[in-house]
Design a protein around this ligand. Structure first.
Ligand code: HEC
Ligand code: HEC
Ligand code: HEC
Length: 203
């Protein structure tokens, strides 16, 4: 009798609850796997979809209207080499986690200004803010030594440079000048040129 009771107790205390609890491990693990895989595929696809030139250039009214056409006329859209630099090549880091951080930050900021505030919804508003927006990009590029540009251009392998270009490029050896200090407006109008082109917007 005591033996039987002991057995019952053991089952009561350890048998059933224990297996029930153990059952939670594979179920929980499986759920975590499903959720994790879903999230990974979801963001992977989202990252792809929101990284194309068509998306960056046209999903927002302001980009379609003011940014896309300028890029399409730039040397980075079509050139004798046939190599195109897209929005993401210059504006989104290639490496993780930087890529996700920048995309998230830019997505929130741009979306807020575009869809909530309408900060750059007209030519006037866009031009009024162009310099400020450009400066933000320049600042980032200075901070990372024009990493995006260097992803495609390797100054050491330039050939046939003019003497002036060569002298200028040698200035980078000291480490305190970078591409964006000299080359602005390579995919968009330089803000100074834009101010001349759209004078009424800057009154
Ligand atoms: C995806 C690759 C890519 C990226 C990123 C890129 N470029 Fe270029 N760039 C090119 C190609 C291709 C050309 C055209 C080369 C040719 O055919 O002469 C070019 C041309 C240029 C030229 C020559 C302009 C002219 O009028 O002839 C300059 C200057 C330049 N790029 C600077 C930059 C700077 C500054 C950055 C960073 C903000 C940058 N590039 C980012 C690929 C790239
Ligand atoms: C100190 C100024 C300076 C810096 C910094 C600089 N460049 Fe230049 N770059 C020039 C000048 C000046 C030219 C010649 C432009 C001309 O002759 O029209 C030139 C020419 C070029 C060209 C060829 C343009 C053409 O007409 O064929 C490319 C491409 C280029 N630079 C890319 C870069 C990249 C990429 C960086 C950063 C790694 C960089 N440059 C940094 C001043 C600079
Ligand atoms: C070759 C590199 C390059 C490419 C390609 C490029 N950008 Fe830019 N972008 C810049 C730089 C550099 C600036 C800072 C202003 C300047 O120098 O033109 C800038 C500025 C901007 C600005 C601020 C407003 C302005 O005119 O300065 C926006 C918005 C922008 N880019 C969006 C885009 C979108 C959208 C695309 C694709 C359709 C794109 N960019 C393609 C390099 C690039």
């Amino acid at each position: 009798m005591p033996e039987k009771q002991e057995k019952k107790e053991r089952r009561g205390a350890w048998g059933w609850p224990r297996t029930k609890w153990l059952l939670g491990i594979p179920i929980g693990g499986f759920l975590a796997f499903v959720v994790g895989a879903g999230a990974m595929l979801g963001t992977g696809a989202a990252i792809e979809a929101t990284g194309t030139d068509a998306f960056c250039g046209t999903a927002c009214h302001s980009h379609e209207e003011f940014i896309y056409p300028e890029w399409k006329q730039s040397v980075h859209y079509s050139n004798r080499s046939g190599v195109r630099a897209g929005c993401a090549d210059c504006h989104i880091p290639k490496e993780y986690p930087d890529k996700l951080i920048v995309k998230t930050k830019q997505g929130i900021r741009d979306g807020y200004h575009e869809f909530v505030l309408g900060s750059i919804s007209t030519r006037e508003k866009f031009e009024a803010r162009r310099l400020e927006m450009a400066e933000r990009v320049w600042e980032e590029m200075r901070a990372n030594d024009s990493r995006a540009c260097r992803g495609c251009h390797n100054v050491e392998s330039f050939t046939g440079q003019t003497g002036r270009a060569e002298r200028m490029h040698r200035r980078m050896e000291t480490g305190d000048t970078t591409c964006i200090d000299c080359h602005v407006g390579v995919a968009h109008l330089d803000p100074d040129d834009a101010a001349r082109k759209y004078p009424s917007a800057n009154d």
